[in-house]
Design a protein around this ligand. Structure first.
Ligand code: GGG
Length: 360
C-alpha cells in the first residue's frame, strides 16, 4: 500500500479577516484530508507575521522568514494590511516580498458563477461567466522602481516617479502560461489586456510578444483589448471571455471587478505560482484584510477555501480539489451565505456547512 503523502504547508494568516478565513480554510482542508481514507494529510506550521508583528519588531516578517519558508510544499496565506501600518509598507514587507522572492510570476485568479449567488450580471440575464484572469506577478507596475523627493524642492514642490518594468522574458513566460491554460479549457481563447496606446514602451513590448506567442498557437482564438474597453466588456459581454492575461496592475484591478461581477470579492480564490517549482507557490483569497468586519465572524471563507482547492491541484490532487468545489457549490446552493452575498450566515456557519457537504 502507498504510504499517505503528508504535505508541509506554511500558514500565514497575517491581518484582519485573513486570520478568520485561514482558520476556516485549514479546518475544511483538514476535514477533506481526514476523509481521504488516509491518502494524504497536511502538516501545518503557522507563522505570526503581519502588522501586529510589525508593531512589535519593526518588520512584517522574520529576517530569516524566506529561508524558513523555502522548503515547504506550499504557502497558505490570508490577507495583509491594517490601518496602523502604511499599506505600501505592509504589502511590500510581506505579500509582495514572498511573491517576488519566490518568483511566483503567474497569479491565477479564476472567476465563475456559483449556484445560489445573485450577481449583478445574473440580474441582467447573463448566462455564462467562467474566466481565469492570469496576472503577471513579478514586474510591470509593481516592480518597485522609482523614488520620492526628486525635485529637491521640498514640501509643495515634490516630484515622485513610479516606473514600470516590462522584460521580454517576463512578458513571454506569462503569456505562454495563459495559452497553455487556454488549451485545457472548453473555450480556447486568450484575451490580452494593455493600455499600449497611452503607455508606449512596456505595453507595446507586451503587445508584440503577445502577437508572436499567438502565432505559435493557431488553435487558440485571441484578441488584444485596451484595459478601459476590457472593463466595459467584463460587464457587457462576459460570455466572450475565457482566459484574460494582463500586467500586474491591470489584472489586479480587472480580477477584483470580475469577482464583484460573480457576486463578491469574498468568493475569489487565487494562486501565486512559481511554475518551475524551484520555490513554494502561495495560495490566498483575492480579498484584503477588511478591517471594517475583522474579528466579528462575518468574513466569507469561500475565497480562502477555493484557494485551498487551487493548492490541492498544485499538489497533484485534482480529484480532491473537485470535491472541494462540489462542497462550495452545495453550500451556496443551499443558501448558506455570508453578508457580502446578502445572507446572514457567519464564517463558522459556512465553514461547518462546507465540512458537512464534504461528508455527504
Ligand atoms: N489576500 C490578498 C491581499 O492580502 N491583498 C492585499 C493587497 O493590497 N494586495 C495588493 C496586490 O494584490 O498586489
Amino acid at each position: 500500500m502507498t504510504p499517505p503523502r503528508t504535505f508541509r504547508i506554511a500558514a500565514i494568516p497575517a491581518d484582519g479577516v485573513g486570520r478568520e478565513v485561514v482558520a476556516a480554510g485549514r479546518a475544511v482542508l483538514d476535514a477533506l484530508a481526514g476523509d481521504s481514507g488516509g491518502a494524504f494529510a497536511f502538516d501545518w506550521e503557522e507563522f505570526p507575521w503581519g502588522c501586529e508583528y510589525y508593531a512589535r519588531t519593526g518588520t512584517m516578517m522574520a529576517d530569516d522568514g524566506l529561508e524558513r519558508l523555502k522548503d515547504f510544499d506550499a504557502i497558505y496565506f490570508g490577507a495583509v494590511g491594517w490601518p496602523t501600518v502604511p499599506d505600501h509598507i505592509s504589502l511590500w514587507g510581506l505579500r509582495l516580498r514572498i511573491c517576488q522572492s519566490f518568483d511566483q510570476w503567474a497569479n491565477v485568479r479564476p472567476v465563475h458563477f456559483l449556484p445560489g449567488v445573485v450577481s449583478p450580471l445574473r440580474k441582467a440575464d447573463t448566462t455564462e461567466l467562467d474566466w481565469v484572469v492570469v496576472r503577471e506577478n513579478s514586474e510591470g507596475e509593481y516592480a518597485g522602481l522609482g523614488g520620492r523627493n526628486l525635485s529637491g524642492r521640498g514640501p509643495g514642490g515634490e516630484v515622485a516617479v513610479q516606473s514600470s518594468l516590462f522584460t521580454e522574458v517576463g512578458c513571454e513566460r506569462v503569456i505562454r502560461f495563459a495559452f497553455d491554460l487556454a488549451r485545457t479549457r472548453d473555450r480556447r481563447k486568450v484575451s490580452s489586456v494593455t493600455k499600449s496606446n497611452a503607455q508606449q514602451y512596456g505595453m507595446v513590448l507586451w503587445d508584440e510578444v503577445f502577437r508572436r506567442v499567438a502565432a505559435d498557437h493557431p488553435d487558440v482564438e485571441t484578441e488584444s483589448v485596451l484595459v478601459d474597453a476590457m472593463s466595459a466588456k467584463f460587464v457587457l459581454r462576459p460570455e466572450e471571455l475565457s482566459v484574460v492575461v494582463a500586467s500586474n496592475l491591470n489584472a489586479d484591478i480587472l480580477s477584483d471587478l470580475g469577482s464583484a461581477l460573480a457576486g463578491s470579492l469574498g468568493l475569489a480564490a487565487s494562486a501565486n505560482l512559481n511554475p518551475e517549482r524551484r520555490f513554494p507557490s502561495m495560495f490566498e483569497p483575492v480579498h484584503g484584510s477588511a478591517p471594517d468586519i475583522a474579528g466579528r465572524g462575518l468574513a466569507n471563507p469561500i475565497g480562502a477555501v477555493g484557494s485551498g482547492a487551487l493548492m490541492l491541484e498544485h499538489l497533484g490532487l485534482p480529484d480532491q480539489a473537485a470535491r472541494l468545489h462540489r462542497a462550495i457549490e452545495a453550500t451556496t446552493a443551499a443558501g448558506i451565505l455570508t453578508g457580502d452575498l446578502g445572507g446572514t450566515a457567519s464564517t463558522d456557519d459556512v465553514t461547518k456547512a462546507l465540512i458537512d457537504a464534504l461528508a455527504r
